[in-house]
Design a protein around this ligand. Structure first.
Ligand code: NAD
Length: 294
């Protein structure tokens, strides 16, 4: 039977550590880290994420500077707001909740954020730093979801060196940075994607399997090597008929019931990667704050 990796608990431990650190930082600098949270429009999922991020930030003592903007705001106006935040002393991290409306070019917006205040780690400079740095350095601003996955792997207290890691998904937000992080932990990394041939067979060779696809339960039990560690990043809403009633359910990219019979450790959905993503956003904001005083 596999160990269920408790993302909520690991995230809470990280947040508790940050809370203590922020108290000490406040004593030293008479200032707490500030996070500007920008949401454009009212996409329901974005509102849920922004609310959760804001609540967690406040819990650890980070000041939140909220910018909930009209969905018709122009790209130029949004860029002006970000430029202002780039120069605002009480703002150490800037988070732009994605997706943005179609009339706004996401990459232009991410490029506008001061790389030192890049709470999500998506700016090209931070992407480059992640790629060229020799280690997963404590001072890097690293995309939150893959860093959260690495943090969970490390909580298992296993030697990652030389392990075969398979990452399914090649997005800039999850798959690519995940592969970079694992490479720096000296794993042998394979990145699989929508055009990969014979995916089950590739997954079968993985000591560590990271699924970041966005397809409900695509990874079946027989894709998983006996004893592998499985991190399920996917968040998929499916509908189930229970006693003739349609119910919504959140599932991952891995069939959890099958996966837990094969894996030595596996993350649940919900309660796995999700809480870690938020905790790592707070970590990035705190690091950005500390980097100011170097
Ligand atoms: P994305 O759509 O940008 O990327 C999906 C990737 O999966 C692509 O690289 C694509 O090549 C690959 N893919 C698609 N179909 C495939 C198939 N049949 N076989 C193999 N590969 C396939 O998505 P993303 O932003 O990387 O997110 C992936 C999933 O993770 C989504 O479900 C998303 O909701 C979830 N997510 C969760 C968190 C969290 O905090 N838990 C954070 C970010 C994303």
């Amino acid at each position: 039977m596999s160990k269920i990796i408790d993302g909520k608990l690991i995230a809470q431990n990280l947040k508790d550590r940050l809370k203590k650190e922020i108290i000490e930082l406040n004593k030293k600098h008479n200032q707490v880290p500030g996070l500007a949270v920008i949401q454009v429009g009212n996409v329901a999922a974005s509102s849920v994420y922004v609310k959760a991020k804001t609540k967690s930030a406040l819990e650890v003592g980070i000041e939140v500077i909220d910018h909930h903007l009209d969905e018709n705001i122009s790209e130029k106006e949004l860029i002006e707001i970000i430029k202002k935040l780039n120069n605002q002393d009480n703002v150490n991290g800037i988070l732009v909740q994605l997706p943005l409306p179609n009339h706004i070019n996401e990459q232009f917006i991410l490029d506008t954020i001061n790389p030192n205040k890049d709470a999500d780690g998506f700016h090209p400079l931070n992407v480059g730093n992640l790629s060229i740095s020799a280690t997963n350095d404590e001072n890097l601003l690293i995309p939150c979801t893959p860093y959260g996955c690495l943090h969970m792997l490390k909580s298992l207290d296993i030697d990652l060196k030389g392990k075969n890691a398979v990452v399914i998904g090649r997005s800039n937000i999850v798959g690519k940075p995940m592969a970079q992080l694992l490479l720096k932990e000296s794993c042998t990394v394979t990145i699989a994607h929508s055009k990969t041939r014979d995916l089950p067979n590739i997954c079968n060779k993985a000591d560590i399997l990271i699924a970041a696809v966005g397809k409900a339960e695509i990874v079946r039990g027989d894709w998983i090597k006996e004893g592998a560690i499985v991190i399920d990043v996917g968040i998929n809403r499916i509908q189930l008929k229970v006693n003739g009633e349609t119910k919504n359910k959140l599932v991952g990219d891995v069939n959890f019931d099958e996966g837990k019979l094969k894996a030595s450790a596996i993350t649940p959905v919900p309660g796995g990667v999700g809480p870690m993503t938020i905790a790592c956003l707070l970590r990035n904001t705190t690091i950005a704050f500390k980097n100011n005083f170097k």
